[in-house]
Write a protein that binds this ligand. Structure first.
Ligand SMILES: Cc1ncc(COP(=O)(O)O)c(C=O)c1O
Length: 213
């Protein structure tokens, strides 16, 4: 989302006096390009709550994340957290703390970025090789996913059922749209599977798309 759009969103939130939750779990995983300023950084009125997580950059199972927001809002988070499960496991927090303190975190992050960068390129190469004409995709500068767009008249939900039969899954792109559009889109993960399986998965998905075309 370009900075101009971010500023527009802040202006709307101010006009209607609503808070913005900026959920940013993939920010640290950047392969290339320049990071945008967060909406939190662009705002100067305490309107934005910025969320982060160690799930994608350390260990998912530790269930540790963070909230950066105005002091009054953070106080409310503390109360809410205490009334749900008292607190995030202290031992996990201490382990994460030591891990960062000893410099392992930065080293590991470099490794994650390097690996996911290769996996992104691998998936894009597979798309170039197998996808039929008319299918388009993003080449994200970071994160774990890319977005695929099929020709306008195609329905990703129909493809989903057929892809599942071939053991390939994706997330329907329509769930990332708020106005019923995006039926011809999919979100695809490139970070999880080993590269050879990704290539095979793309090949199978391309076959399903070609059949449907
Ligand atoms: C957009 C988004 N926000 C937040 C999270 C939550 O991460 P966690 O609850 O593991 O910290 C995820 C995890 O998949 C995510 O995709």
């Amino acid at each position: 989302m370009p900075e101009s759009r971010r500023l527009e969103i802040i202006a709307i939130a101010k006009k209607y006096d609503v808070l913005i939750v900026e959920d940013s779990p993939y920010r640290e995983i950047r392969f290339e390009g320049k990071a945008q300023k967060t909406i939190y950084e662009l705002d100067n009125s305490g309107q934005v709550i910025l969320l982060g997580t160690f799930s994608k950059i350390f260990v998912p199972g530790f269930r540790i994340g963070w909230v950066i927001a105005h002091e009054k809002i953070v106080d409310k988070f503390v109360t809410a957290k205490q009334s749900t499960d008292l607190c995030t496991p202290t031992l996990n927090q201490k382990i994460a703390h030591k891990y960062i303190e000893k410099g392992y975190f930065d080293e590991n992050l470099k490794g994650i970025i390097e690996q996911y960068h290769k996996k992104r390129d691998n998936m894009i190469n597979a798309f170039k090789e197998y996808m039929p004409e008319g299918v388009k995709w993003t080449e994200p500068e970071g994160g774990l996913f890319l977005f695929l767009t099929l020709p306008e008249n195609m329905d990703a939900e129909i493809l989903f059922k057929k892809a599942i039969e071939k053991n390939v899954a994706f997330v329907l792109g329509s769930v990332f749209h708020c106005n019923g559009s995006g039926k011809n889109t999919m979100r695809i993960n490139f970070s999880y599977m080993p590269m050879d399986k990704t290539t095979e998965g793309v090949k199978r998905l391309a076959e399903v798309i070609k059949e449907e075309m």
